[in-house]
Design a protein around this ligand. Structure first.
Ligand code: HEC
Length: 178
């Protein structure tokens, strides 16, 4: 075919280029949408990060079975006790009454498990007669009295320091009415 482009061809070319322009615009639109969605999607995980997260969220009781498990439990308990001991109990307060109210009162307020009741001279006088140092040692290390009762070490809170125990005992002793 030669000669000038016929008017019907011109119409076709105009319409066809319009369609192409629209398709190009649609393609750019799709690219923009895809980029937007990709940005919002969680990125593929870094394997080092994944394994460190898995280690952190692994259940504590994971493989505590058999002899190896028993050893693991012991190690975990030792670590927990050590961690508790290295913390400071009750914000490190040396206020004996405060510490007593946190812990010691559970037994010493009413004489639970045979504990000498705070303020009871009959129960405390023979104990006070041993001297403060002995009372502190008994409260620090635990104490089986002659009557078969048991004062647990540090009242059961290993995070208490000796200074805190001593302050508490001084307060308890001060409550005995003369
Ligand atoms: C689980 C109960 C319990 C708790 C908690 C407890 N005690 Fe005792 N405590 C006892 C018992 C029981 C005795 C008596 C033991 C005996 O002489 O048979 C005792 C005895 C004592 C004595 C006298 C020891 C002696 O030589 O006669 C002191 C001092 C004492 N406790 C201090 C404390 C302090 C301080 C706390 C808190 C940090 C505390 N206790 C928490 C049960 C407890």
């Amino acid at each position: 075919m030669s000669g000038p482009i016929s008017s019907s061809d011109q119409r076709f070319l105009r319409q066809f280029s319009t369609v192409i322009v629209i398709l190009v615009l649609v393609a750019f639109g799709l690219i923009a949408i895809a980029a937007y969605i990709y940005d919002r999607m969680p990125q593929p995980a870094d394997p080092a990060l994944t394994s460190s997260i898995e280690a952190r969220i692994a259940p504590v009781g994971a493989s505590y079975a058999g002899a190896a498990g028993a050893a693991a439990i012991q190690a975990a308990q030792a670590a927990a006790t050590k961690a508790a001991a290295s913390e400071v109990a009750y914000g490190g307060t040396l206020n004996g009454q405060d510490i007593y109210n946190h812990l010691c009162h559970t037994c010493h307020a009413t004489g639970v498990a045979g504990a000498p009741v705070v303020g009871n001279a009959k129960m405390w006088d023979p104990r006070i007669a041993q001297g403060l140092a002995v009372l502190v040692q008994h409260a620090m290390n635990g104490y089986h009295g002659p009557d078969g009762n048991f004062m647990p070490p540090k009242g059961g809170n290993p995070a208490l320091s000796q200074a805190q125990i001593e302050a508490t005992i001084k307060w308890m002793v001060s409550q005995v009415k003369k």
